[in-house]
Write a protein of this length. Structure first.
Lengths: 261, 446
C-alpha cells in the first residue's frame, strides 16, 4: 500500500464516505441533542465509525480497542451514571451569555475551515510509505504494536497504566464505606423482623370481599369490620380510604346463611 | 492485510461472501428455533414432564409456531417510552448477535461451486477482539431497552445487566490472554490450527473454566440471569416489550448462547478439528466432515447451558458480583502470570523439561503447604464455631426463638427445654385454647 492518498480503490472510498458522514453526524448530534442519554448514543456512533475507519486504514488492533475500551467501557459507564443520576434531565436552550451561540458557531466554522484547509493542503502531496516494511518487521501489525509497546515505549505504557490504576483506586477510596460491624446475616434480619410488633407475614390484600378491588378499599374481616392493615401506609396517612358499602357484606351473609339453612 | 498471512481470506468473489453471510444467517435462525425446542424438551425431561410434542415430529416446529404467534401479537408501547431509542434497542441486540458469527471458523478449506474457500466468512489478525467488541456493543441493546421503556423494573434490569456484563466481560477477556500466548495469534482460524496436537482446554484448563463460567454470566443465562430475574424484576429489561420487538430480544439471547458456545469451541475445544479417536482417521479433518464435529461441540455447550438452567437456582446479586470481581478476575490474572512466566522461561532462558518439572514440583509443594495452612485455620474457626453452638445449646430452649421463624399465637406459650432433649420431639403447647389468629392481627394494629 505505497500508493498516494488520492489513489484509493472503490471499496475504501465507499467505506470512507459512509463512515465519515456517520461520524460527523454523530458528533453534530452529540452537541445538538438535549437529552444527555441521546448525546451519549450519538458519540457512541461516532466512535464506532472511527473504529471502522481505523480498520480500513490497516490499523485493526486500534479499531477493535477503540470499540472495546471507548464504546464498550467508557461510554457504557457514562450511560450507567446518566441512568442512575438524571434519567430525564434535559438541557435548557436559554443562552446565558448574550450572543454566545453565534460566536460559537463562527468560531467552530473558522477552526473547522482552518483545520480542513491546513491539514488537507499538507497531506495532499504526501504518500504513506513504510507501512509494509513496518508490518513485515515483526510479522504483522499487531505484533509490531506489541513490540513497540513492550520495548521502546514500555515506561510510557506502564506510567499510563499506573495513572489509570491510581484514578480507579481514588474512586474506590472515595466511594468506600467502612463497615463498623459485620452486616447482618439473613438469619439475623429474619429474627429482627419477627421480634418486633406487627404482622409477621404478608399483610392482608386490600379490596378483598368487597365490590371494589381498588388499592384504597380495605379488606373486610369475617365480622364485617375493616382491616386497617390492608391499606398501604401512604393512603392511610392521607386519609384516602373510601367508606365501606356494607351491602356487600350483608348480601354475602344472606347468601351464606341461606346455604346453611 | 497481507494475503500471505491469511491464505484464502479476503479473496472470495462477491457472490461467495453473500452466500456465506446468508448461510450463517439462516443457520443461526434455525439453530435458535432448534435450541428453544431442545431447551424445552430437556428441561421437561429434567422436571419429569414431556414438553412440546404436538407441532411437527416430536414437537420440532413448536418454536416456529411460537415465533409466528409472537410476531402477530398486538404491540403495546408504554406512554412514557422514548420512542426512537425504544425502537433502536432490540435492533442493536439482534444485529450484534448475528455479527459476532462472522469470524467463527466452521471448517477447513472446501470447494463451493468450484471455488476453493475456507468455511468462515472472514478472518483478520484481531478476530477474537472483534467478537469482544461486538459483544460490548450488544450490551447497549439491553441497557437502552431498560432506559427507554420509561418504567422502573426495566431500568433496574438494564442497570444490572450493564454492570453484570461489563464485569464478566473482563473475566472473559482475561481468559483469552493465555490462549493468545499459546496460539501466538488473535485470529480465530490460526487459534484453531494451533490446537492441532492438543486442545487448549487441556493445557489451559483454568482459562477454560474461567471462560465457561463467565460466558454464562455474559449471556444472562441461569444461574446468572439476574437482569431478568422474574421473581424480583418482573421481566427485567424487556418487561415493556411485546410482539416482534420482544421476539428480537429472544432471538438475540439464543444466538448469543450459540455464539459464546462457538467461541468456546474455537478457542478451547479445537474448533472444527476432529476429537481424538476420530482424528486417527485421516479424512476427519478434510472436506465437510469438520462442520459436523464443530456442530456437535457447540451443541454440547448449549446442552450445558440448558442443564445449568434445569439444575441451579439463581445467585443473589451481591454474591454474583463478589464472585466475578473477587474470585474470577484475580484467579484469571494469577493464572496469566503463571502462563506468561512459563512461556518466558521456555523462550528466553535455556531451560529444559527437567527444570520445569522441578519448578512444578516446588510449586505443588508450596501449594500443598498453603492449603494445609488454610485448612488448619479453617479447623480452628470450625472448632470455635462448635464451641459457640455448644454454649447456645446449653441455654434454655425458646421454641419460638424470639418469634423466629413462626411467631407464637396469642395465648400460646412454649415450655422451655434444651434443644438436645427436644431432638425429634414436637413443640409442647401449654395453653391449648387458642383464639382465632385474625383477632390477634387486628389487636396488633387496631
Amino acid at each position: 500500500m505505497t500508493d498516494t492518498v488520492t489513489d484509493v480503490n472503490t471499496g475504501e472510498a465507499v467505506v470512507f464516505w459512509v463512515c465519515a458522514i456517520l461520524a460527523v453526524a454523530g458528533a453534530a448530534g452529540m452537541v445538538l441533542s438535549r437529552k444527555a442519554v441521546h448525546s451519549a448514543l450519538w458519540i457512541a456512533l461516532t466512535m464506532i465509525n472511527l473504529a471502522v475507519l481505523y480498520v480500513a486504514n490497516s490499523a485493526p488492533f486500534l479499531g477493535m480497542v477503540q470499540v472495546i475500551v471507548y464504546t464498550g467501557a467508557v461510554m457504557m459507564l457514562f450511560l450507567f451514571v446518566l441512568m442512575i443520576v438524571g434519567v430525564d434531565s434535559s438541557d435548557s436552550l436559554i443562552e446565558t451569555i448574550k450572543g454566545q451561540r453565534l460566536a460559537a458557531i463562527l468560531l467552530v466554522l473558522g477552526i473547522g475551515t482552518m483545520l480542513v484547509w491546513g491539514i488537507g493542503n499538507a497531506l495532499a502531496e504526501t504518500s504513506d510509505i513504510g507501512l509494509e516494511e513496518a508490518n513485515a518487521a515483526y510479522g504483522g501489525n499487531v505484533q509490531g504494536i506489541a513490540n513497540l509497546i513492550f520495548t521502546k515505549y514500555l515506561i510510557a505504557f506502564e506510567v499510563t497504566s499506573a495513572l489509570l490504576i491510581t484514578a480507579a483506586m481514588g474512586a474506590m477510596v472515595l466511594a468506600h464505606r467502612e463497615h463498623w460491624s459485620p452486616p447482618p446475616s439473613q438469619r439475623e434480619l429474619s429474627e429482627q423482623r419477627f421480634s418486633g410488633d406487627g404482622v409477621k407475614g404478608n399483610l392482608p390484600n386490600p379490596g378483598v370481599f368487597a365490590r371494589h378491588n381498588a388499592v384504597g378499599t380495605p379488606a373486610l374481616l369475617p365480622d364485617g369490620s375493616t382491616s386497617e392493615a390492608s391499606i398501604p401506609e401512604p393512603l392511610r396517612a392521607r386519609g384516602d380510604v373510601p367508606p365501606i358499602d356494607h351491602t356487600d357484606v350483608d348480601e354475602v351473609q344472606q347468601i351464606t346463611e341461606g346455604r346453611t339453612e | 492485510m497481507t494475503g500471505s498471512q491469511f491464505g484464502l481470506f479476503g479473496q472470495d468473489p462477491w457472490w461467495m461472501v453473500l452466500l456465506k453471510a446468508v448461510a450463517i444467517f439462516v443457520m443461526l435462525v434455525v439453530l435458535t428455533l432448534f435450541t428453544i425446542w431442545w431447551e424445552r424438551r430437556v428441561v421437561s425431561r429434567m422436571q419429569n414432564r414431556i414438553g412440546p410434542n404436538r407441532v411437527g415430529p416430536a414437537g420440532l416446529l413448536q418454536s416456529l409456531m411460537d415465533g409466528i404467534k409472537l410476531a402477530l401479537k398486538e404491540e403495546i408501547i408504554p406512554k412514557t417510552a422514548h420512542l426512537a431509542v425504544y425502537w433502536l434497542a432490540p435492533v442493536i441486540s439482534a444485529t450484534t448477535a448475528f455479527m459476532a458469527f462472522a469470524v467463527i471458523p466452521f471448517g477447513p478449506t472446501v470447494s463451493i461451486f468450484g471455488v476453493e474457500t475456507p468455511l468462515q466468512l472472514t478472518d483478520f489478525p484481531v478476530s477474537v477482539l472483534y467478537v469482544l467488541a461486538i459483544a460490548s456493543i450488544g450490551i447497549y441493546g439491553i441497557v437502552l431497552a431498560g432506559w427507554s421503556s420509561g418504567s422502573t423494573y426495566p431500568l433496574l434490569g438494564g442497570l444490572r445487566s450493564s454492570a453484570q456484563m461489563i464485569s464478566y466481560e473482563i473475566a472473559m477477556g482475561l481468559s483469552f490472554v493465555a490462549v493468545f500466548l499459546y496460539a501466538g495469534s488473535m485470529s480465530t482460524s490460526e487459534i484453531v490450527s494451533a490446537q492441532q496436537p492438543i486442545w487448549f482446554a487441556v493445557i489451559l484448563l483454568p482459562s477454560f473454566m474461567i471462560y465457561v463460567t463467565s460466558m454464562v454470566g455474559e449471556t444472562n443465562r441461569a444461574p446468572f440471569d439476574l437482569p431478568e430475574a422474574e421473581g424480583e424484576l418482573v421481566g427485567g429489561f424487556h418487561t415493556e416489550y411485546s410482539s416482534l420487538k420482544f421476539a428480537l430480544f429472544f432471538l438475540a439471547e439464543y444466538i448469543n448462547m450459540v455464539t459464546v458456545s462457538a467461541l468456546a469451541t474455537t478457542l478451547f475445544l479445537g474448533g472444527w478439528l476432529a476429537p481424538w479417536p476420530l482424528s486417527l482417521w485421516e479424512g476427519a479433518n478434510q472436506g465437510w466432515w469438520p462442520l459436523l464435529w464443530w456442530l456437535v461441540k457447540v451443541q454440547i455447550f448449549v446442552f450445558g447451558f440448558i442443564w445449568l438452567r434445569g439444575t441451579l437456582p439463581r445467585l443473589r446479586y451481591d454474591q454474583f458480583m463478589k464472585f466475578g470481581w473477587k474470585l474470577l478476575i484475580p484467579v484469571s490474572i494469577g493464572w496469566i502470570m503463571i502462563v506468561a512466566a512459563a512461556r518466558a522461561l521456555r523462550n528466553d532462558v535455556a531451560i529444559g523439561n527437567r527444570e520445569i518439572l522441578a519448578g512444578g514440583a516446588v510449586i505443588i509443594v508450596l501449594l500443598l503447604l498453603a492449603t494445609w495452612l488454610i485448612q488448619a485455620r479453617q479447623d480452628r474457626k470450625a472448632a470455635a464455631q462448635e464451641q459457640v453452638e455448644a454454649e447456645s445449646a446449653a441455654r434454655p430452649f425458646d421454641a419460638a426463638s424470639g418469634g423466629f421463624p413462626v411467631p407464637p399465637l396469642p395465648g400460646q406459650e412454649f415450655t422451655y427445654t434444651s434443644r438436645r432433649s427436644l431432638a425429634g420431639a414436637t413443640t409442647i403447647v401449654q395453653d391449648a385454647s387458642v383464639e382465632p389468629a385474625i383477632t390477634a392481627r387486628e389487636g396488633d394494629h387496631g
